[in-house]
Design a protein around this ligand. Structure first.
Ligand SMILES: Nc1nc2c(c(=O)[nH]1)N[C@H]1C(S)=C(S)[C@@H](COP(=O)(O)OP(=O)(O)OC[C@H]3O[C@@H](n4cnc5c(N)ncnc54)[C@H](O)[C@@H]3O)O[C@H]1N2
Ligand code: MOO
Ligand SMILES: [Mg+2]
Length: 613
């Protein structure tokens, strides 16, 4: 997951089986990491590079570096680079020139984008491999420097890896070794990794209300500042970064709203000779007063015509050889402008069509509107890079056989899928064991990759619940570690450096509910959308027993002609993920009091609408 090869080629983008360069580069880099295919299109290349640079320590693009008109990789990458690396370029050119004078025609660029090193190499397998081999001896060193390690610590190791064979080994190590972003150390609650006898027997974290916890999360989420252009078909879920004004009128010409006859409205009713025929895509003609022009929906209304009469309000007055010669217009009271879409009447040139902060929905309205005014790529706010890490010795991946007390890691696929559906391309950080050193290594690695880290498990009172002390060990600040809610009581929210950390409870229904209530709104704010939970009130369809904690019960809301009705999704224990199946809302039940132990069927309770399919 630490390096990525982006193959830039129209051919390979439409048929990756034709690619030999990606596998050749995988071989020399000794990784089986992702190969991404992208067409020779500057915007598409930039989008792929930008996105992958946020996730990978090393991005190698192959192809599009020559002189043909569609070769735009160097220009695309150059515009994104924060700091150029001309030395890497020189090293590649010097070595390539020893092999062929044609290397003088290559136009490589290299440099850093954030914490990622980006290198462009030619598209041929041979050229690509030769170029990467030329820089292998310095690649490890470069990757570590770019990801934030001190150059002094690295100096000696760079010397020792000067031959390509050793270099190949060390590159592999560098792109898979966690790097440390956050050097500060424990100044929080003084949590430590305790032995079982010394661990606190009471949580040191105050139990705060859901409302207070929500406010803390949303206050910690900064408004976005970075902007990027995305193609319309990739824009769903993104948020408009700047007001968009129409640069054209829609329609750009006076267009007919119906299939019928263009006329001068004062000529109606009456019999009018048919002068011409216009269909959509024809040029605008001129109407001679006292005649009519047959016209189709959307076609340009002739100059001088003031109305279009639907075909249903006409008959043929005269025909010749099966063709219309004169038309009888029956319609009376025809007004100027009837059935004509005037220029700019749908969208006026200069008007603000989408305001900053508007989310682009999957319903098609925003995308369709932008397409209609000739905007193929839209400026949106950058999204945070979000990663998901499961923790627990007992966990095995979903495709494993389970034995004994092993448990399938269902939280990670669940959260990765939810993020995907929300338009985020998440980083899968795998499973970390409940061992201090391993957990710290996984967290450090995660911190080097993401802006928002979601972990599940290990936040409660067990001897292997190590997340809270680990966060403090890494210098993080825990903003809350217990919330008075069911499910989700031990949810923990922290910041480590700039990274927001949601340490969600391991119980699957708790993890899912906490994701919807806290993580999703936070991510939406980070990408520019002023998200608000959608509250409504609903009558419960059966008696509900109240818990000692305020409870978010998973329900399915059915919208019937008599209004919304609730149906429980079944057994509500927080280990039972089945309680989320079919859920489209959470009932917000109050905590039980001495006076009120249950709510009767028919009582109205507040609810929160979840994102549903
Ligand atoms: N003495 C106390 N015990 C517990 C308390 C408490 O206040 N005092 N809180 C309970 C509550 S409430 C919850 S919720 C859980 C939270 O547990 P943890 O976050 O510490 O999670 P684990 O102990 O690691 O695991 C709990 C449970 O969840 C399963 N799990 C974990 N990760 C996954 C995953 N990725 N996929 C599927 N299932 C997962 C794990 O196997 C356990 O069964 O603590 C209570 N205890
Ligand atoms: O708070 Mo826990 O999620 O109820 O089991
Ligand atoms: Mg636990």
């Amino acid at each position: 997951m630490d390096s990525v090869i982006i193959v830039v080629s129209d051919t390979c983008a439409s048929d990756p089986s034709k690619d030999a360069t990606g596998p050749a580069l995988q071989n020399v880099l000794q990784t089986n990491n992702n190969i991404v295919y992208v067409a020779d299109d500057k915007k598409a290349i930039q989008s792929a590079v930008r996105h992958n640079a946020a996730k990978y320590a090393l991005v190698v693009t192959a192809g599009g570096t020559g002189f043909s008109p569609r070769d735009t990789t160097p220009e695309a990458v150059y515009e994104l680079i924060d700091r150029p690396a001309p030395g890497i370029v020189t090293a590649m050119l010097v070595e390539s020139l020893k092999i062929t004078p044609l290397a003088a025609l290559a136009r490589p660029v290299a440099g850093t984008i954030g914490h990622s090193l980006v290198i462009t190499v030619p598209g041929s397998p041979k050229g690509a491999v030769e170029n990467i081999q030329a820089v292998l001896p310095v690649l490890t060193h470069a990757i570590k420097l770019v990801s934030g390690e001190s150059s002094r610590d690295l100096h000696s190791s760079a010397k020792s890896s000067a031959d390509p064979a050793t270099a190949q080994q060390t590159v592999v190590a560098a792109i898979s070794t966690p790097t440390k972003l956050c050097p500060h150390h424990g100044h929080g609650k003084g949590l430590k990794f305790y032995g079982s006898a010394q661990r606190p027997r009471e949580s040191p974290f105050p139990m705060i209300s859901f409302e207070d916890a929500y406010k803390i999360v949303m206050d910690a989420a900064a408004e976005p500042t970075l902007r990027t252009d995305v193609a319309l078909f990739n824009a769903v879920g993104r948020v408009i970064a700047d007001d968009i004004h129409a640069r054209v009128d829609v329609p750009q010409f006076r267009a007919s709203i119906v299939d019928g006859y263009a006329v001068l409205h004062s000529d109606c009713p009456g019999i009018l000779p048919l002068a011409e025929v216009v269909t959509a895509s024809k040029d605008t003609i001129k109407l001679k007063p006292g005649t009519c022009v047959r016209i189709t929906t959307g076609a340009p209304v002739p100059h001088g015509a003031t109305a279009v009469i639907p075909v249903e309000n006409t008959t043929v007055a005269e025909e010749k050889d099966g063709k219309e010669v004169a038309i009888k217009i029956h319609a009376s009271g025809v007004g100027a402008g009837d059935n004509i879409r005037e220029i700019g009447s749908d969208i006026a040139k200069g008007s603000c069509v989408l305001a900053k902060g508007t989310p682009i929905s999957s319903l098609g309205g925003e995308v369709g509107l932008l397409a209609s005014i000739g905007i193929p790529a839209v400026r949106v706010f950058e999204q945070p890079v979000v990663g998901v890490l499961s923790t627990g010795d007992e966990l095995v991946s979903v495709d494993s056989q389970v034995c004994g007390s092993q448990v399938r890691d269902s939280n990670r696929p669940m959260l990765l899928a939810a993020l995907n559906a929300a338009g985020i391309d998440p980083v899968d950080l795998g499973i970390a064991p409940d061992k201090e050193a391993d957990l710290l290594r996984s967290l450090r690695y995660a911190l080097s990759k993401v802006n928002v880290l979601i972990t599940t498990g290990g936040v409660s009172m067990g001897e292997l619940d190590l997340l809270k002390p680990a966060i403090e060990e890494l210098g993080g600040q825990i903003h809350f570690g217990r919330v008075n809610m069911k499910p989700g009581k031990p949810i923990t929210f922290a910041t480590i450096g700039e990274t927001l950390v949601f340490a969600l409870p391991g119980n699957p229904a708790s993890a899912s509910v906490c994701y919807s209530l806290f993580v999703q709104p936070c991510i939406d704010k980070l990408r520019g959308h002023a998200y608000e939970h959608r509250h409504f009130s609903v009558a419960i369809s059966r008696d509900v027993k109240l818990d000692t904690r305020p409870e978010f019960q998973r329900v399915h809301i059915k919208f019937s002609p008599d209004g919304p009705r609730t149906e429980s999704t079944g057994f509500q224990r927080s280990s039972a993920i089945s309680s989320m199946v079919g859920a489209n809302a959470l009932l917000c039940l109050p905590a039980r009091t001495d006076d009120v132990q249950e709510l009767k069927a028919g009582s109205h309770v507040p609810a929160i609408l979840l994102n549903s399919l």
